[in-house]
Design a protein around this ligand. Structure first.
Ligand SMILES: C[S@@+](CC[C@H](N)C(=O)[O-])C[C@H]1O[C@@H](n2cnc3c(N)ncnc32)[C@H](O)[C@@H]1O
Length: 185
């Protein structure tokens, strides 16, 4: 395991399973924020519950980067992408804790998603700075944290950090079991 607070690969199916679709519908939730042909990253993608939805929204001419610390998660994304016929528009990328190593795509993304992962990141300011660098001007950052692990005060502190780094708070979407926000670069 890459870090002691990181969700282990064997735990992912406890929440990434068919029942989850009853309360999280990736295309419905993210549709307002990504157009066809758009470019997105799903950071802390796990085995790709949201990555596939983003790839469907981005369409054939779009591109989605699935980033995670753990090889086993990325292998899960690749397996699912292949089965769904979406491999051509999903690129997996193993990242290091504290370094997304994504200078090649800096300033090019329309949307960055960080779903139920920020609380696992020890240096949130460093992470949020890198998220901002990935976004185009006007690009969006969709953040969702699990209510079970992140209280309202802690979530607001993360938002303050993001705003302090120059992201603008645009919206507080209702996300089941979660605290959500959409910010713009
Ligand atoms: C609780 S899972 C959520 C997975 C997925 N976003 C979902 O909602 O199904 C958190 C994921 O974030 C990843 N992660 C944690 N810290 C990370 C970091 N600094 N950079 C990239 N991925 C990270 C973990 O490896 C794990 O796959």
């Amino acid at each position: 395991m890459a870090h002691e607070h990181v969700c282990p690969w064997w735990m992912i199916h406890t929440f990434d399973n068919p029942v989850r679709r009853l309360f999280h519908d990736p295309e419905k939730m993210l549709g307002p924020y990504l157009r066809r042909g758009g470019r997105a990253a799903d950071i802390g993608c796990g085995i790709g519950f949201f990555t596939l939805g983003l790839a469907r929204l981005a369409g054939e001419t779009g591109q989605v980067y699935a980033m995670d610390l753990q090889e086993k998660m990325l292998a899960g994304v690749e397996h699912r992408a292949q089965r769904a016929g979406l491999s051509g528009r999903i690129q997996t990328k193993k990242v290091a804790a504290g370094d997304l190593g994504a200078a090649d795509i800096a300033g090019s993304l329309d949307l960055v998603l960080a779903f139920w992962m920020l609380h696992e990141v020890p240096d949130q300011a460093g992470f949020l700075r890198q998220v901002k660098e990935l976004l185009k001007l006007g690009g969006l950052f969709y953040l969702a944290e699990p209510k079970m692990h992140v209280g309202a005060k802690a979530f607001d502190e993360s938002l303050s950090l993001a705003v302090g780094l120059g992201l603008r708070l645009m919206e507080r979407p209702q996300v089941r079991l979660s605290r959500g926000a959409v910010l713009a670069a």
